[in-house]
Design a protein around this ligand. Structure first.
Ligand code: ATP
Length: 304
C-alpha cells in the first residue's frame, strides 16, 4: 500500500494543558478520499493543523510525501493544499491576484493557463477582477479552494468544506473533489454531514477525545457495523413471534408490528430470504418496511 501521509505517535498538548491529540497513528493512502469524522472538540482541526504546519505538535512525527513536516517543512508543505473553514485575509485584493499570490508563496512561477482552469472549474472566472470583500459567502469559499489548489498540491485538506454552504456550491465542490481524485490528488476531509462521507469517502476515520478510535474501508464499515431492520405490519395482533432463519423479532406492544434485525455482516439476501419465509409461514401481513442503518447511526454508536 502506497502511503502518502504517515502520522506516528502524534501528540498535541495546548498551553492550557489540554491534550487535544493523544498519540495519533494514521496512514493516508495515495489517491484516496479519506473522511475524518468526530464530534465537536474531538481534535480534527488540530490534527489537520499539525499536518499543515499551523499547529506545532508536542510529540510524534508526520511524513508527507516523503518529507518530515518538522525537519523539512517547506518541501512537505509544498505538497499540501489546505481549505480552511474561514477566509482570514485579502479582502481588498482581487480574486485573480490572491490566487496568483498564493501560488507565488510556494516559489512557483506564474502559470496563467493553470490558474484560469481552476477559476473556471470553480465558476469564479467572471469574478476574477472582483475584490474579495465584494463576494458572497459562497464565492469566498470558492476562492479558498482556488487558493488551496494554486500550487498544484498532491494532497488536499478540506476542513468542514460544506458547512453553511448552499446546495449548488456543495454539488460543485463534490464534483471538483471527484475530478481531483481522478487526477491522483489525495483528499482528506472533515465533515459533520455524515451522508457526505458516506457518498464520497473511500475510507473513514473516527476521532474522539484526541484518539483515533477506528479507521476502516467505508464499504467494510457499513457491512460490519450496519444493520437492516425489517419491520412487518400484521393484520391481526400476535403474541407469539415466529423465529425465522434464526432471527427472533421484537413485538410491538399492540402486537401488530414485528421487527427483525439483520446484522450487516450477514448475507446480502438475508432480508429478502426472511420475507419469503414469512410469506411461506402463512402469516398475514399488511406492510413491510426496511431500514438500513446509515453511517450516522454507526458513528453515533461508536462515539457513545
Ligand atoms: N489554541 C488552543 N488552546 C487551547 N485549547 C485548544 C486550542 N485549540 C483547540 N483547543 C481545544 O482542543 C480540542 C480539540 O479542538 P479542535 O478544534 O481540534 O476540535 P475539532 O474536532 O476540530 O472540533 P470542531 O468539530 O468543533 O471544529 C478542543 O477541546 C478545543 O477546545
Amino acid at each position: 500500500m502506497d502511503t502518502i501521509i504517515a502520522i506516528k505517535g502524534l501528540e498535541k498538548t495546548y498551553a492550557s494543558g489540554h491534550k487535544a491529540l493523544k498519540g495519533i497513528d494514521l496512514d493516508i493512502r495515495r489517491g484516496e478520499i479519506f473522511a475524518l469524522l468526530g464530534p465537536n472538540g474531538a481534535g480534527k482541526t488540530t490534527l489537520i493543523g499539525a499536518v499543515c504546519g499551523l499547529v506545532r505538535p508536542t510529540g510524534g512525527t508526520i511524513i508527507a510525501d516523503g518529507h518530515d513536516i518538522s525537519k523539512d517543512f517547506r518541501a512537505a508543505r509544498a505538497k499540501i493544499g489546505l481549505v480552511p473553514q474561514e477566509l482570514a485575509t485579502d479582502m481588498f485584493v482581487t480574486v485573480w491576484n490572491t490566487v496568483a499570490f498564493s501560488r507565488g508563496l510556494f516559489g512557483l512561477g506564474p502559470n496563467k493557463a493553470y490558474l484560469e482552469k481552476i477559476l473556471k472549474d470553480l465558476s469564479l472566472w467572471d469574478k476574477k477582477d472582483a475584490k474579495i470583500a465584494t463576494l458572497s459567502g459562497g464565492m469566498k469559499r470558492r476562492v479558498l479552494i482556488a487558493k488551496a489548489l494554486s500550487h498544484e498540491p498532491k494532497i488536499l485538506f478540506l476542513d468542514e468544506p460544506t458547512a453553511g454552504v448552499d446546495v449548488e456550491l456543495r454539488r460543485d465542490m463534490w464534483q471538483m473533489v471527484r475530478r481531483l481524485r481522478e487526477q491522483g490528488v489525495t483528499i482528506i476531509l472533515t465533515t459533520h454531514y455524515i451522508e457526505e462521507a458516506e457518498d464520497m469517502a473511500d475510507r473513514i476515520g473516527v476521532i474522539n477525545k484526541g484518539e483515533i478510535i477506528l479507521v476502516e474501508d467505508k464499504t467494510a464499515l457499513m457491512r460490519k457495523l450496519g444493520r437492516t431492520e425489517v419491520v412487518i405490519g400484521l393484520k391481526e395482533p400476535t403474541s407469539a413471534a415466529p423465529t425465522i432463519s434464526g432471527h427472533t423479532p421484537l413485538i410491538s406492544e399492540d402486537g401488530l408490528t414485528l421487527t427483525y434485525v439483520i446484522d450487516g455482516d450477514e448475507n446480502d439476501e438475508a432480508p429478502a430470504d426472511l420475507i419469503k419465509r414469512l410469506a411461506q409461514s402463512g402469516m398475514d401481513f399488511t406492510s413491510i418496511n426496511m431500514n438500513r442503518s446509515s453511517l450516522e447511526d454507526i458513528f453515533v454508536t461508536l462515539v457513545q
